[in-house]
Structures are given as C-alpha cells and as structure tokens.
Design a protein around this ligand. Structure first.
Ligand SMILES: C=C(OP(=O)(O)O)C(=O)O
Length: 195
C-alpha cells in the first residue's frame, strides 16, 4: 500500500530523433505542457507491426484512457505537484548522437543511473544548463554518465543535422499542442519549444 505522496514524478519518452536530453528537470508549467503533449515513439519490439519508430503525441501519455478534458488532468497534476512539492523529470530512453538509423539508443545502464539519481535526490542538487529551443534544464554532470550523453548537442558530431532535427521536433510539438492551447494558461503554452 502506498500511503504517502511521491517526491518525484518521472515522465517517460522515447525520442527517435535524437533530440531530447536523457533527463530534464521540468518546471511545473513544463510538466503540464509535456503531460498534455504526451510525446513518445511507437518502437519496434514494443508495438506490434512497427518496423521503425513512429513519433506519436498521446495526451497525458495515455490518450485512449482519458475521460475528462486533458487540460483537467494537467491542472490536477500542477496542483498536486505544488501542494506536495514534487519534482517532475522528463526521461528520454530514445536515440542519442543521431536519429534512429545513425545514432544509438541510450544505453540502459545510463537510464538506470539517471532514475537512481532522481530517487536518491542527487539530481535535484545537480548544476543545470539550458537546452535551447525546448527551454529545458539539463544537468551538466552526473557521475557515471558521459557528459556528452547528457547534452544531445554534444553527442551529435554533425551539429547542423542536429539543429535541423531540433527544429523539426519543435515544429511537431507546436502542431500537436495547437489542440490544447486555447484551454491552458499562457504560462503553460509558453513552456513548450520556441522556434
Ligand atoms: C519510453 C518508453 O516507453 P513509452 O514510449 O511507452 O513511454 C520506453 O519503453 O523506453
């Protein structure tokens, strides 16, 4: 039985464009934004008939199960996060150093290390830097995880190709989020990527 509030919420995504950092610390507004956007990829191995990753925006990361307006769940999330002082993390298990086909999937040992560092409180105390376009806060170091893995821009050898993928994914977020932008506060709308 769980009889206490969590200290951390982890949102899980699998970004096959190699753009999102393996871990970002979200502001409450970013938590609402990413929860509403629900971005991940359908990947071979976990989805029947899928041969290469397909980006998908499944609101609240669970669109088929949503009964109320998604904005209501995003509000509840923000209220509870503030009330119980919960940190929210976006963890990306997807590709790094390139998109699907040229990069590689984030090794599981590093994702595990990141999840452990969330739960131990180590990452809450880390130093952060800004990840452009998406406006995300990413740790500058975490023992046991290569520095270039934490910041996707460092992981890509071809910086121009990286910039193109960043803009492409940002555009996809903006298109998907258009569905919700009338129903959320301005601060949530502004918490998404800017081009
Ligand atoms: C991110 C993952 O899954 P989902 O897209 O279903 O959240 C994953 O399996 O690593």
């Amino acid at each position: 039985m769980v009889d206490n509030q969590p200290s951390n919420i982890i949102m899980l995504t699998c970004d096959a464009f190699g753009v999102l950092p393996p871990v970002s610390k979200l502001t409450p507004e970013q938590a609402s934004y990413h929860f509403l956007a629900g971005y991940t990829s359908k990947t071979p191995g976990t989805e029947d008939g899928v041969l290469e990753p397909i980006p998908t925006f499944s609101t609240c990361y669970s669109a088929p199960f949503i009964v109320l307006h998604p904005g209501r769940y995003a509000e509840m999330l923000a209220e509870r996060m503030a009330k119980h002082k919960v940190d929210c993390w976006l963890i990306n298990t997807g590709w790094t150093g390139g998109k699907f086909g040229s990069g590689k999937r984030c090794p599981l040992k590093f994702t595990r290390r990141i999840v452990d560092a969330v739960h131990s409180g180590e990452l809450a105390k880390a130093e952060y830097e800004a990840f452009d376009v998406f406006g995300l806060q990413i740790p500058t170091s975490l023992e046991g995880v290569p520095r270039e893995l934490l910041n996707p821009k460092l992981a890509w050898a071809d910086k121009e190709a990286f910039g193109r993928e960043v803009r492409k994914l940002a555009g996809m977020f903006q298109k998907a989020f258009a569905l919700y932008e009338q129903d959320v506060e301005e601060k949530v709308r502004l918490a998404g990527p800017t081009l």
